[in-house]
Ligand binder design. Sequence first.
Ligand SMILES: Nc1ncnc2c1ncn2[C@@H]1O[C@H](COP(=O)(O)OP(=O)(O)O)[C@@H](O)[C@H]1O
Ligand SMILES: [Mg+2]
Length: 236
Amino acid sequence: MSHHYIKFSHVSYTYPGGVKALDDVSFVITHGEKVALVGTNGAGKSTLMLHTNGLLLPSEGEVVIGDVPVTKKTLPIVRRSVGIVFQDPDDMLFMPTVREDVAFGPLNMNLPPDEVERRVEASLNAVGAADFLDRPSYELSGGQKRSVAIAAVLSMGPDILVLDEPSSNLDPHARRLMMDQIKSFHHTCLIATHNMALVRELCPRTIIMSEGRIVADGLTEKLLNDTQLLDRVGLL
Ligand SMILES: Nc1ncnc2c1ncn2[C@@H]1O[C@H](COP(=O)(O)OP(=O)(O)O)[C@@H](O)[C@H]1O
Ligand SMILES: [Mg+2]
């Protein structure tokens, strides 16, 4: 079976504080699909995404990536195939310079130094952040940090790219580069966003969440024109 396949079966998740953030979530995303995940703040999008690479493990149900069920034991395998760009880039950048932040993943994969260097340059170029190479990550603006965070994930060559609100804080030029980058990523992609223009351009399929549940899953063109549905879930 393909490694680029995400399957959630009856996944529920309750945070230690008692909030039930996912409630019986099931779906399959197959190789090469680009799927948008939309819903109001607090709908459960980020929680769902954190389940794709085992940063959170389900309270009930099962997540499978390719043919690998996500468990504590399989985390190293799963994390090699799923690359997540978090909602807050500050959660991803912690090295003294941009170069080291982007090299961190490839170095951990024990790639040879010249390959690491090649990947760092290629992924920073891809997001238009090559000029930041030797700057401290913490000095960058929010949008610049986000571009570097995306490069840091691309540099690991993931099979599945999971992006949590990738367009927030980006200026139009950086947003265009990011969207072109996603377009040229020929693997599976799951994107949580409030940016409906991005959804329409990049994602033929949309999953709509509300209060921890999937309330619709289908063609973007159809769902985003269903004003009754969008109104009902607070997206109008
Ligand atoms: N670390 C956490 N601890 C407790 N509750 C959380 C935590 N993160 C999120 N939640 C709660 O889980 C629900 C879903 O949140 P989240 O997945 O962040 O939604 P979204 O990304 O769609 O805005 C919300 O009610 C939120 O308050
Ligand atoms: Mg979120």
